[in-house]
Design a protein around this ligand. Structure first.
Ligand SMILES: Nc1ncnc2c1ncn2[C@@H]1O[C@H](COP(=O)(O)OP(=O)(O)OP(=O)(O)O)[C@@H](O)[C@H]1O
Ligand SMILES: [Mg+2]
Length: 445
């Protein structure tokens, strides 16, 4: 899966989700693939995945509508997992389209093209093996000293026949970090370009470390360095940027945000079409998930409507927690603030509030995913919070509460840890109500 570095936080709140948790008849199981309840929505999403896979969703999109914290983002993530593990998943909030750096339509088209992958096959000289040693040399990020980034790393790879160590630079080390590659993973590294690709977990390592339910692959045999077919996924946006720079498509971490000429995009489309015709590449339309859809204005909607017609369009999933809302840039009030011509193209899935038991199970699953342990009172309290305030807030409190447990030298979060976290962090409804009170006070002066 392609992820942007800055998107870590957003995706990580949903890292427990592996799929939609449906049976062969597309019926939702109570708890499966990390998902709990919300059965109608999951089943609808399952049908949509079928439609997408059989090419019947072209030119159409999906709208997830429901109150905050009812799993809209969770279901979008699950859809993308069901579609395939190499597919790009791009998560944007509509507010991000408005910036000083580029036109809003440019920001939209760039997001769309980040959501389309191209899988390329080439014969290359590669290093392949199980990661049996990985030591980073971390330094402060020159642009943000509160973060540390790897400047270099010592990497040891093993096959059934040999073991070799390498010193790799920051560009390669960053890829290890961003792809979450660690000991026991089998990787393949393109010697010339430094591109790294994770093949899965070594079967051998599975016994040694016993983590998760990822793809298991055999320990490679023969030499670490060899010539073989190397497949990797780049996005259309990667191609665009590289062509705009007239550099190679391999300069992964260069460039900032800037506008790209439409000419360049046309050229890239042609280039990709040729690669596909020659059998050297395959198009992987991924998912573009747009949160807070009501913040899109009429121009963006019109632009997106047109772009959806193109054969190079990703699967578009919109989310809304508004009922009726004014379409931005007009005086028209419409369902979800979405123009009718776009609504016509959307299949709509609604999400419903969770029961107490469901909230409890979701918190439980998140705790397991984060590797934290809660005692019975703590989980009851978090469930109360999830029910009374929001699920998102309850889930967010897990991390600080765990820090407080550690300060007590305890491996288990208890009621006081939750209360301590709750007393210093606010839910959005609390923080906004608080500021509103202040505003009123100031006006009264
Ligand atoms: N059915 C579910 N099963 C498991 N986890 C879930 C489920 N629904 C939501 N979650 C988890 O609960 C948290 C809050 O849900 P999520 O962010 O998906 O809600 P949302 O509807 O997108 O909210 P918002 O309107 O605030 O964006 C997330 O960590 C999410 O992964
Ligand atoms: Mg959301």
């Amino acid at each position: 899966m392609i992820r942007e570095l800055g998107r870590f936080e957003r995706i990580s709140a949903h890292s427990h989700i592996r799929g939609l948790g449906l049976d062969e008849n597309l019926r939702a199981k109570d708890v499966a693939d990390g998902l709990v309840g919300q059965k109608k929505a999951r089943e609808a999403a399952g049908v949509i995945v079928k439609l997408i896979k059989s090419g019947k969703m072209a030119g159409r999109g999906i709208l997830l509508a429901g109150p905050p914290g009812t799993g809209k983002t969770a279901i979008a993530v699950a859809i993308s997992k069901e579609l395939g593990k190499d597919l790009p998943f791009v998560h944007v909030s509509a507010s991000e389209f408005y910036s000083a750096e580029m036109k809003k339509t440019e920001a939209l088209i760039q997001s769309m093209r980040k959501a389309i992958g191209v899988r390329i096959r080439e014969r290359r000289i590669v290093l392949e093996g199980e990661v049996v040693g990985l030591d980073y040399n971390m330094v402060p990020n020159p642009y943000n000293p509160t973060q540390k980034i790897p400047e270099s790393a010592n990497l040891t790879l093993a096959t059934t026949d040999e073991k070799r160590s390498f010193s790799v630079g920051s560009r390669i080390a960053m890829q290890f970090v961003s792809q979450g590659i660690g000991l026991g993973d089998v990787i393949i590294l393109d010697k010339e370009t430094g591109r790294v690709s994770k093949l899965g977990r070594s079967e051998k390592a599975k016994k040694k470390y016993d983590i998760g339910d990822e793809d298991l692959v055999p320990l490679p045999s023969g030499k670490v360095e060899k010539e073989r077919e190397f497949t990797y996924v780049v996005t259309l946006h990667d191609f665009d940027e590289a062509n705009a720079r007239r550099g190679s498509i391999f300069s992964l971490f260069g460039g900032g945000s800037r506008e790209i000429d439409n000419e360049v995009r046309h050229e890239v489309d042609e280039q990709v079409r040729r690669l596909i015709e020659e059998g050297r590449a395959e198009l992987l339309p991924g998912v573009m998930f747009i949160d807070e859809t009501h913040l899109m204005d009429i121009e963006l909607f019109a632009f997106m409507n047109r772009a959806m017609e193109s054969e190079m369009s990703p699967i578009i999933i919109l989310a809304s927690n508004r009922g009726f809302s004014r379409i931005r840039g007009t005086d028209i009030v419409a369902p979800h603030g979405i123009p009718l011509d776009l609504l016509d193209r959307l299949l709509i899935i609604t999400t419903e509030p969770y029961t107490r038991d469901e909230i409890k199970t979701i918190i439980d699953i998140r705790a397991v995913e984060m590797g934290v342990i809660l005692d019975e009172k703590a989980i009851e309290r978090l469930t109360d919070i999830g029910e009374r305030m929001s699920l998102r807030y309850a889930v967010q409190l897990l991390a600080p509460a765990n820090e407080f447990a550690k300060l007590r030298n305890s491996g288990k979060i208890d009621l006081q840890d939750i209360e301590r976290a709750e007393s210093i962090f606010s839910d959005v409804s609390q923080s906004s109500a608080y500021l509103k009170k202040w505003e009123e006070k100031m006006l009264g002066m």
